[in-house]
Design a protein around this ligand. Structure first.
Ligand code: NAI
Length: 466
């Protein structure tokens, strides 16, 4: 069996692992990355990037339908599915190929295969050419997550995970989405936009549980307008193949019924991919759900072994994994003071309209007994939003009443997934609502909505009737 010696081995090349590997190489380490699939992990191959490509195509489809309001005559759009998938795959390939080039330019070695621990400093990698042993002083686990199953709905055939939903072989006429969370709504709204009849079955009392209800209301209204049927406090129990379709037994508000659909998208959460890594051999402890607990330096229970990304606790977000990757690399390179701070992690949801949040919600602040002030401003009163024909939504700012510091910023509306970075920077820098209100924002732009919401915290918003 061949053997490779490295300073650091990174297990997994998603946005946590590949960012960590590149930074380690920048800091002078000899790095080997073990990855069995294409580089880029879930985010690039079966998550963020392909879903955003499809979602933007869905918006285009819908915009074309509404262009007549602006005076254009546009034929009813029709979709060539295989062309759409080829276009989306091209974007993915460009980005995954880009990581390969970055690895080469930094002399990061990619070993394609699946790795599992032999001991705390050794990983065996099963490659197409046979097993390879990699020994390293430090090891970073970044193996990510996978779609969680529920009983009665094994993945395969008519039951899709997000992976199949991103590369459909044909457009289903009727789609049931089980789980009205982030994936369910992002992809459910795309399918509705391109003409599919979509039904969402959500276990809790609301879509997107945990998100400020004022934001959810705006997206739920749009979903309804697109024809999406939403059943909250409801459960899908089982399904059977009958007469060329899936007959799904559903419990809606305590009543049993059967719904007939062509495909089922199961999006009830994701689970850490830690089961097959041989973590016991390395002394790496997991919790009862398989997550790896880590400290602020991303250290696991085993010396010289770190964990980053979806398989650690906290939100399953690419940018959180990348941020942890940078911390782990700095710690391994001996940089004093490197630590991961999870207070200001923005979250973005590519529904229609988009949702973006950072910090705590109004409800969470109240639960924590913090005296707060809240400011709001609607996109409907913003010139730029009106001129791009996307004036639905609002920005809501939650401030600490004692010192005006920003505790949370919650946005729903056009391009808010881009706008949230200003709020994150403001929070990270300890700015107050007044600081934002006093910052001159360019006109006419969507960013003015954040400024006006901050003015509203003090009742000083110019463009609101008060
Ligand atoms: P999620 O946690 O966002 O939503 C799962 C939903 O399923 C919840 O609303 C839950 O109440 C519901 N549910 C659970 N069991 C159910 C059942 N038996 N029947 C009906 N409903 C049930 O998980 P999701 O959407 O699968 O996404 C997984 C992870 O990926 C999330 O952590 C998310 O943050 C991340 N992600 C992030 C994206 C982004 O940042 N834009 C995009 C896609 C995913």
């Amino acid at each position: 069996m061949s053997e490779i010696q490295a300073d650091t081995l990174v297990l997994g090349a998603g946005p946590a692992g590949y960012v960590c590997a590149i930074r380690l190489a920048q800091l002078g380490k000899k790095v080997v990355v073990v990855e069995e699939e294409d580089l880029g992990g879930t985010c690039l191959n079966w998550g963020c990037i392909p879903s955003k490509a499809l979602i933007s195509a869905g918006h285009f489809f819908e915009q074309a339908e509404h262009a007549s309001k602006m005076g254009f005559t546009v034929e009813t759009p029709s979709l060539d599915l295989s062309k759409l998938i080829t276009w989306k795959d091209g974007i993915v390939q460009r980005l995954t190929g880009g990581i390969g080039m970055l690895f080469k330019s930094r002399s990061v070695e990619w070993l394609k295969g699946s790795g599992s621990f032999v001991d705390g400093g050794t990983v065996q990698v099963d490659t197409a050419d046979g097993p390879v042993t990699v020994k390293a002083r430090d090891i970073v686990i970044a193996a990510g997550s996978e779609p969680a199953p529920i009983s009665g709905f094994d993945f395969g055939g008519r039951v899709w995970s997000s992976t199949e939903a991103l590369s459909p072989d044909e457009m289903p006429a009727r789609l049931m989405v089980i789980g009205g969370g982030v994936i369910g709504l992002e992809l459910g709204m795309f399918y509705a936009q391109v003409g599919c009849e979509v039904t969402v079955v959500e276990a809790t009392a609301s879509l997107l549980p945990g998100t400020d209800p004022e934001l959810v209301k705006v997206v739920a209204r749009k979903a309804k307008k697109l024809g999406v049927k939403v059943h909250t406090s409801s459960f899908a129990r089982s399904w059977e193949e009958k007469e060329g379709a899936a007959h799904v037994a559903v419990e809606i508000g305590g009543e049993e019924s059967v719904m007939v659909v062509d495909r089922i998208l199961l999006s009830v959460g994701r689970r850490p991919r830690t089961g097959s890594l041989g973590l016991e051999s390395a002394g790496v402890k997991t919790d009862d759900r398989g997550f790896i607990p880590v400290d602020e330096q991303c250290r696991t229970s085993a010396p010289h072994i770190y964990a980053i990304g979806d398989l650690t606790l906290g939100p399953m977000l690419a940018h959180k994994g990348s941020a942890q990757g940078l911390v782990a690399a700095a710690v391994i390179a001996g940089q004093a003071g490197a630590a991961f701070d999870n207070k200001v992690i923005p979250s973005v949801i590519f529904t229609d309209p988009e949702i973006a949040t950072v910090g705590i919600t109004e409800d969470e602040a109240k639960e924590q007994g913090i005296a707060i002030k809240v400011g709001r401003f609607n996109f409907g009163a913003n010139g730029r939003a009106l001129s791009i024909g996307k004036a639905e939504g609002l920005v809501k700012v939650v401030c600490d009443a004692s010192d005006d510091s920003l505790l949370g910023v919650h946005m729903v509306g056009p391009n808010v997934t881009d706008l949230i970075a200003e709020a994150a920077l403001a929070m990270e820098s300890g700015l107050t609502a007044e600081d934002i209100a006093l910052t001159v924002h360019p006109h006419p732009t969507l960013n003015e909505v954040f400024m006006e919401a901050c003015e509203d915290v003090h009742g000083l918003c110019i463009h609101s009737a008060g």
